[in-house]
Design a protein around this ligand. Structure first.
Ligand code: ZN
Length: 272
């Protein structure tokens, strides 16, 4: 069945394009959803971006990304809170219902201490986020990112954190790239859904012979993740939002991005 109604693409997937090119090219390809990476908004008039999104009938799925809360340095933690408030304001200005959080880690302290700081920081942000009607989505990352990028490394840890925080303004972004290997994935997806905590679903593929753990992701179908299976679990757990294509790939960024956009749609239909 040809159905693109749930297809969303992250602007970072087509990294060579500006925000304006992403909006216009996605819309003309029949893609309804867009997740916007913050660096593309630097120096931009957000009202103009919002108008361009509206006139192209694009649905902003999320703003990516906030987070990076933990640090041994309390000044850095305070700066992170400030930056996350700015992200929430930007999200509100462009009509994004959620900010994705890459929670952060500081290799100079334990993961446990980092996790406590993440909990405290998110808790501190809730009133600010609620006032602007913007949700916060904790994205558990693959354990290979535990040193610097995130102390939240499994869906179980993200579920536990959400259950402790227990706010309708805080949930989880499930990304197949980070979680596909977990033998408890189905159970934890069900738990996440039961608590109404699934806020987003990110897709791409894991290349068996990957050459870079950051910028060598595969397009759906190129690797070893059973994306259809994970999507079934997420949907069975009650999620009915967008499937967000989030691919960082030097190899794919080097392609003609309009041709690549066609490949994304094909791969989305066949492998997700
Ligand atoms: Zn993701």
């Amino acid at each position: 069945m040809i159905d693109f109604s749930k297809l969303c693409i992250h602007t970072q997937t087509t990294k060579p394009w500006s925000i304006e090119e992403c909006i216009i090219n996605f819309a003309s390809a029949g893609v309804k959803g867009i997740s916007i990476w913050r660096h593309l908004l630097e120096g931009k008039d957000l009202n103009k971006i919002k108008s361009l999104l509206d006139s192209n009938q694009m649905d902003v799925v999320s703003l990516v990304r906030g987070g990076f809360f933990p640090s041994v340095d309390s000044e850095k933690r305070a700066l992170a809170i400030k930056d996350n408030k700015l992200a929430i304001e930007q999200a509100s200005a462009i009509g994004a219902p959620l900010v994705v959080l890459v929670c952060g880690a500081d290799s100079k302290q334990s993961l446990e201490v980092s996790r406590l700081q993440i909990k405290d920081s998110i808790t501190e942000l809730i009133p600010f986020a609620e006032k602007r009607k913007v949700k916060l989505a904790i994205e558990p990352l693959h354990p290979m990112y535990g040193a610097e990028k995130s102390a939240i490394l499994t869906l179980r840890q993200a579920n536990e954190l959400c259950e402790i925080i227990n706010s309708p303004w805080v949930g989880i972004a499930i990304d197949v790239y980070h979680l596909w290997w977990d033998d408890q994935l189905e159970n934890e997806i069900m738990r996440c859904g039961k608590n109404k905590n699934i806020l987003a679903f990110h897709i791409c593929d894991w290349l068996a012979n990957t050459v870079d753990f950051l910028t060598d992701r595969g397009l759906m179908g190129e690797g070893c993740i059973n994306i259809k299976q994970i999507r079934k679990w997420v949907e069975a757990a009650g999620f009915n939002g967008y499937n967000e294509v989030e691919v960082f790939s030097d190899r794919l960024w080097a392609k003609d991005q309009k041709k690549y956009l066609k490949d994304i749609k094909k791969s989305y239909l066949n492998y997700s």
